[in-house]
Design a protein around this ligand. Structure first.
Ligand code: PEP
Length: 261
């Protein structure tokens, strides 16, 4: 099983800092097993320069934090998946900061997913409850609705061409996380919803990741979970001590997985 580390830089770093970060990631990933898949999600203007910088390595790939739901047109300031498809392998969609600050709805997320997939990119659908929903005990229903509406009219996706990141909004950037056993249960729920929807071809694998205040201390407890195939990391991806240690832990987990094949 692949282990994914998706590194969401959000709206941080200068171009020079971002080039330095990438050089360090490459160093950390020397001799990494093939099962370890590391992708950076830089601010949009850095996508192509970093893609070019990474041309001679396959240890780190590039993704996009967001795209617009239409292929071309009079949408000032927006970016179409077609425009970044040469440089990117993955596109995040439905991140809670997009839902909260930019009023992104499940229906626009659905349009984006269709367009992303039609352009041979892999969507990373972010789902997760807010604190009120967490306290109300209605989390399963909430997540199920997010997935069903985001994936309306989508079927038969090949293995690993669709990723779900379980990210409770209250855990993002807060220093709080759900207990690992709850994360494992939620990841299983996500897998079951996807199976019931017939989203993947022949029930092929759809990696489920965890995101929300991952750091070098708690990463191992999430990486070890049966239903979790990796991590989506914000803040800690910009801190070389933190990310160096997390990459090391994922490295070991991927080596263990290689032995199981
Ligand atoms: C995120 O941006 O998706 C995220 C998980 O951020 P952080 O790791 O900072 O909580």
């Amino acid at each position: 099983m692949n282990i994914y580390l998706l590194l969401n830089w959000k709206m941080n770093s200068t171009l020079i800092e971002s080039a330095h970060l990438v050089e360090k990631y490459i160093e950390f990933l020397l001799d990494a097993p093939e099962l370890l898949k590391v992708t950076i999600f830089p601010p949009a203007p850095y996508i192509f320069p970093l893609y070019e910088k990474l041309a001679n390595t396959n240890s780190v790939t590039v993704g996009a934090q967001n795209v617009f739901e239409e292929p071309f047109g009079a949408y000032t300031g927006e970016i179409s998946p077609i425009m970044i498809s040469e440089a990117c392998s993955y596109v995040m969609v439905g991140h809670s900061e997009r839902r909260t600050y930019f009023n992104e709805t499940n229906s626009s997320i659905n349009k984006k997913i269709h367009l992303i997939m039609n352009n041979s990119l892999t969507p990373v659908l972010c789902v997760g409850e807010d604190l009120d929903t967490y306290n109300s005990g209605q989390v399963d229903e909430f997540i199920e609705l997010q997935i069903k509406s985001a994936c309306d009219n989508i079927k038969n996706i090949p293995a690993n061409r669709f990723i779900v990141a379980y990210e409770p909004t209250w855990a993002i950037g807060s220093g709080l996380t759900p207990p690992p056993e709850i994360i494992n249960e939620r990841a299983l729920l996500i897998k079951n919803v996807i199976t019931d929807m017939g989203l993947m071809t022949d029930n092929a694998s759809c990696p489920v990741l965890y995101g929300g205040s991952v750091n070098s201390i708690n990463a191992k407890s999430f990486l070890e979970l049966d239903n979790i195939a990796g991590l989506l990391i914000g803040q800690a991806s910009l801190d070389l001590n933190q990310i160096g240690s997390i990459i090391n832990q994922a490295f070991r987990q991927a080596k263990n997985n290689s032995k199981l094949i």
